[in-house]
Write a protein that binds this ligand. Structure first.
Ligand SMILES: Nc1ncnc2c1ncn2[C@@H]1O[C@H](COP(=O)(O)OP(=O)(O)OP(=O)(O)O)[C@@H](O)[C@H]1O
Length: 324
């Protein structure tokens, strides 16, 4: 990819709020068409970075470009959509009126705006409720409206700051599907989220921010190629076989009597700490080879969740109190 094709390029981007650190020396590239996850504990500086990228606040130092244009410039803004983390729309408007307002801001003519609004009401699951006043919307409905507003101008790059935090599991699933469709259409997605499962399913690459600084960055698959915990349910278990399996895969294996079993089952759950995903294939093979029955196998945690917890454990989190 050439420099001009990068959707986002930051160089030493820094923001201080007086003596409080927002972001420090962030250098990142997000290629056009990529879905990029931006993770970090509360107060890490994620929203601060997004606000600089969309041009809502100015950096203290460093620079940022979107599609080769300075962040905040009209040329850059023309290509983006933004769903802020904390947003409120005027409650007396209907959802459709709020969307019309955003369509005007994006410079859409009336005909295009009405067509886009009808498409988006459907896509984000608001439907006919779009004609209700926003004051009657639940938080989840408001979040769906926010997503529609961010997408109204058919942006090349969309910044989503916690787009599913107020949604129930069905709503989260729907938003995930919307983002997957956007990605298929080639839209670049910058996703700030604490919902690690969403990041894991949608994003190609990610960065982890802590205390304003990037701790790790790369393809999710590479970052996750680390130790993971697996649960396998087997029949015909004996301690001797389990010990043999543990030696054969070179990984600790222990029984988990606390995990629920189907009624009447004489199977047991085993937990394996594996260094890499290849080991799980070998473990399955050996279980069957030893004459045990393999009923089910699953990853014990979201791989990303475990990675995140390990990455930030022992580090100082800024929380809301620590100064620069
Ligand atoms: N306008 C502001 N004035 C002063 N300090 C601010 C301001 N905005 C953010 N901060 C501080 O900057 C730091 C980073 O905040 P930011 O909101 O960017 O973090 P975040 O990673 O988005 O957090 P969260 O996950 O909780 O949304 C925090 O310590 C916060 O208190």
């Amino acid at each position: 990819m050439t420099a001009a094709q990068a959707a986002i390029r930051t160089d030493g981007l820094t923001k201080d709020y007086g003596d409080r650190r927002g972001c420090r020396n962030v250098t990142l590239t997000v290629q056009a068409g990529e879905a990029f996850g931006f993770l970090g504990p509360n107060g890490a500086g994620k929203s601060t970075l997004v606000k600089m990228l969309v041009g809502l606040i100015s950096p203290t130092a460093g620079s940022a470009e979107l599609f080769g244009h300075p962040a905040g410039s009209v040329e850059a803004r023309r290509r983006i959509g933004y769903l802020p983390e904390l947003f409120r729309y005027p409650e007396w408007l209907t959802g459709v009126e709020a969307l019309r307002f955003h369509a005007r801001l994006c410079g859409l003519d009336n005909q295009t705006a009405e067509r886009r609004i009808a498409e988006l009401l459907d896509e984000v699951g608001i439907g006919r409720r779009g004609y209700d006043r926003i004051k009657k919307y639940s938080k989840g409905m408001q979040q769906r409206l926010g997503l529609a507003c961010a997408l109204i101008g058919n942006p090349d790059l969309v910044f989503l700051d916690e787009p599913a935090s107020a949604l129930d599991p069905v709503g989260r699933h729907e938003v995930r599907e919307i983002l997957k469709r956007l990605k298929e259409r080639g839209t670049t997605i910058f996703l700030n989220s604490h919902l690690l499962e969403d990041v894991e399913q949608i994003c190609d690459r990610m960065a982890l921010l802590n205390n304003g600084q990037v701790l790790a960055e790369g393809p999710i698959a590479d970052l996750l190629r680390e130790r993971s915990r697996w649960h396998v349910r087997v029949g015909g278990y004996s301690p001797v076989v389990a010990e043999w399996l543990s030696l054969a895969v070179d990984a600790p294996l222990r029984v988990r009597p606390d995990l629920p079993l189907p009624p009447g089952s004489d199977s047991v759950w085993l937990e394996a700490e594996l260094e890499n995903e290849e080991q799980i294939g070998r473990l399955h093979y050996l279980i069957v080879e030893q004459g045990l029955t393999l009923y089910e196998a699953r990853r014990a945690d979201s791989g990303l969740e475990q990675w995140f917890l390990q990455a930030v454990s022992g580090l100082e989190h800024r929380g809301e109190g620590t100064r620069t």
